[in-house]
Every structure is written in structure tokens, then in C-alpha cells.
Design a protein around this ligand. Structure first.
Ligand SMILES: NC(=O)c1ccc[n+]([C@@H]2O[C@H](COP(=O)([O-])OP(=O)(O)OC[C@H]3O[C@@H](n4cnc5c(N)ncnc54)[C@H](O)[C@@H]3O)[C@@H](O)[C@H]2O)c1
Length: 342
């Protein structure tokens, strides 16, 4: 067993065949929340807990974003009451980022907060959503209602992630590559040289180290946590307007941000980034969209002033900065990803 503890508020355990770590054995009751895609993993964990004589109850939530609603929160918290979960009980979320987002939210509000533990079963969940203590559900807008609440424990079985298909792997690789660009140039080199089948223990450990360091320094996003949004200004607009997945939208957003970085601060790594993203199975040009719509969405997302937006840019690989970007420079970023029209 190859198991490590990564520093931070949360105990992050990255290993193989380590799902038994979800419990020590003294827990009075564990309420497992699962989702359809990762339910085979939840079943394994529950069977192990039962075999060890640990009291456990299980509830399957709807898949993906359908789980991130206040209606599901209400049903789930009512269920926690019915099964008799007390303040010393544990909510264990097993699934992708949508599932851990809602499990964390439920745990943070049920009885004013009980302990949450996560088993992320997608790469995006492991490198991003399960780390950093943001929980959320969608109310009108995406992630509009949520809490800042760290899980106490995150258990990542790299073997589970290695069995993911290329689509789900690529989703997580987009955020892992972003973590490298803003905080770990060695991770960028690793992903450049190994592509989508890069060693996941390294990818997960390094990405998490970047995110935890930033979240520890600025938990409530008053300063440098904004660096995690590299590629997300344009990315969120593409996600909302074209319905592209988050990882693919952010990949294209990173190419646009790299081009803007060239204009604003002389960054010369745009081609390097595009080549690496392609080898990670990610797109580097955007969908057909009206520019006026993209500008509108970016302003809603980032609350820019009348002539520009604050964006995360790169001075170099591993050196992010936040800068105001005027409309003409934004246009050059959209040119770079082939989003045309007005
Ligand atoms: N809290 C945060 O800081 C944060 C950060 C990034 C993303 N997020 C959130 O994470 C979500 C996206 O995460 P995601 O891509 O993991 O989405 P997801 O949870 O919707 O999972 C994607 C799909 O993969 C399936 N799945 C899960 N594990 C599987 C497995 N082992 N094998 C096969 N299929 C499996 C799921 O059932 C689902 O259909 C979004 O809701 C986003 O808002 C949160």
C-alpha cells in the first residue's frame, strides 16, 4: 500500500486499495451518500463497513447536477434524521464532484454541522471538488448556495481513478494542468511528457498540494484563491452558453487566458499549453458562439467594470497574477480560440 498524508486542514489519504480508511471502527453511524456512476464503489465500501460491524446506512442521490438542488438537500437531511444520525455521526460522500459538493453541503447544515468524509471517484473530484472546503448546490445559478466547510478526511484510491474512461480522465486533467500552470511547473512537465495516461498518483498528489496550499492561505477567497480561476472566466462563459463540460470549457479558457497573458505581460507559453492540452484529450478551440454573448457572460461571472475584466493571467508557468484586461485585449483572447462574430 502506497499511502500518504498531504498537509492541510483535511487529512487527504492517497493510496491503493485504501478505501477501508473511510472508518476507524469507532464511528457510531456512517451515512453513505452515493451517485449512480460511482455506486459500485459505494457498494464495496458499505460491504466492508458492514463486515467490520460499523453501523452504516446508504442513500443513492440523483446523478450529476440533478443531485445539487435544495430539494435533494431537504430529502437527504430528513433522511439523516430518520436514520438517527446524531452530532457525532459521519456523512460519507462517495462519487464525483457533484456528489461531494452536495454531501458536504448536507453535512455542513445538518444539526448545524456534522463531520464529512469524501471518497472522490472521478479525477475532477479528486484533484479539485473534494479539496479546499467549498460545498454547493445550484439555485437559479450554478453553485449559488453553499458553505465553506472542509471535510475531515478525503480518501483517494488511485486504482479507482485509473479505471476511468478517457472522457472522465480528461475532465480532471484540465484542472490538474491548471494546478500545474498556477503553482507547479514540474506537474506541467509531467503532463506534457506523459499525456492523458500520466501517473495518477503523482498527478493527484501534486494537484492537491497546489490547491491545499492556496485554500489554506486564503480559505474564503479574499485574495490568492482567485488564482484557481485561471481559464475559468472564458471557460464558464463557454460552459453556460454552449453546454460544454466544465473541463473542456476550462481547457479552451486557458488557451484564451494564455493569449491574453501574452498581450498583457509577455507570456510566451500559449503554444506549449495548447499542445499539452491536446495530448490530454482536451480541445483548444471554442464552439460557435456570438462574441456579444461571451462578453455578457464573462461580465456576469467576474463583475468587471465598464471597460474590462479582472482575470487571472500568467507571467510564466507557475507564476500567476491577477490583472485588469481591457475589451480589446479580451478580443485577442477570443481570436486565439476561434470564437468569432459579434
Ligand atoms: N467544490 C469545489 O471546489 C468544486 C471544484 C470543482 C468542481 N466542483 C463541482 O464538481 C462537479 C463536477 O465534478 P465531476 O465531473 O466529478 O461530476 P459528477 O459528480 O457529475 O460526475 C460525472 C459523472 O461521472 C459518474 N461517475 C462518478 N464516478 C464514476 C466512476 N468511478 N466510474 C464511472 N463513472 C463515474 C457520475 O455518476 C456522473 O455521471 C460540478 O458540480 C462542479 O460544480 C466543485
Amino acid at each position: 500500500m502506497d499511502e500518504r498524508n498531504v498537509a492541510g486542514v483535511t487529512s487527504v489519504r492517497i493510496g491503493r486499495d485504501n478505501l477501508g480508511d473511510v472508518a476507524d471502527g469507532s464511528e457510531p453511524l456512517i451515512a453513505v451518500l452515493g451517485q449512480p456512476g460511482g455506486s459500485h464503489i459505494a457498494e464495496r465500501v458499505v460491504a466492508d463497513l458492514e463486515a467490520r460491524g460499523i453501523p452504516v446506512e446508504t442513500r443513492l442521490l440523483p446523478d450529476s447536477e440533478a443531485a445539487k438542488s435544495l430539494a435533494v438537500v431537504e430529502e437527504t437531511t430528513a433522511w439523516l434524521g430518520e436514520i438517527g444520525l446524531k452530532r457525532d455521526g459521519i456523512v460519507l460522500g462517495i462519487g464525483g464532484g457533484a456528489l461531494t459538493d452536495v454531501a458536504g453541503f448536507v453535512a455542513s447544515v445538518y444539526m448545524r454541522g456534522v463531520e464529512a468524509r469524501y471518497v472522490p471517484t472521478t479525477l475532477l473530484g479528486a484533484v479539485d471538488a473534494a479539496i479546499g472546503g467549498k460545498t454547493a448546490v445550484n439555485v437559479g445559478g450554478k453553485n449559488l448556495v453553499g458553505t465553506f466547510a472542509h471535510p475531515e478526511r478525503v480518501i483517494i484510491d488511485v486504482g479507482v481513478l485509473e479505471r476511468l474512461g478517457d472522457d472522465l480522465l480528461a475532465e480532471g486533467m484540465a484542472e490538474a494542468f491548471k494546478a500545474g500552470l498556477i503553482g507547479d511547473s514540474d506537474l506541467v512537465v509531467l503532463l506534457e511528457s506523459e499525456g492523458i495516461r500520466a501517473d495518477l498518483t503523482q498527478v493527484v498528489e501534486r494537484s492537491i498540494a497546489v490547491k491545499l496550499a492556496i485554500a489554506d492561505a486564503d480559505f474564503k477567497e479574499e485574495g490568492i484563491r482567485a488564482h484557481l480561476n485561471f481559464g475559468h472566466t472564458v471557460g464558464h462563459a463557454i460552459e453556460a452558453l454552449a453546454g460544454w463540460s466544465h473541463g473542456r470549457s476550462v481547457a479552451v479558457g486557458m488557451v484564451a487566458a494564455a493569449a491574453i497573458s501574452r498581450s498583457v505581460c509577455g507570456f510566451d507559453g500559449e503554444e506549449r499549453i495548447a499542445t499539452a492540452l491536446t495530448s490530454l484529450g482536451l480541445p483548444v478551440t471554442g464552439p460557435e458562439l456570438e462574441r456579444t454573448d461571451v462578453h455578457r457572460l464573462m461580465r456576469i461571472d467576474k463583475k468587471g467594470d465598464s471597460d474590462g475584466l479582472r482575470m487571472v493571467l500568467l507571467e510564466g508557468v507557475g507564476s500567476p497574477l491577477v490583472s485588469n484586461v481591457d475589451t480589446a485585449t479580451l478580443e485577442s483572447g477570443l481570436d486565439a480560440i476561434g470564437i468569432g462574430g459579434t
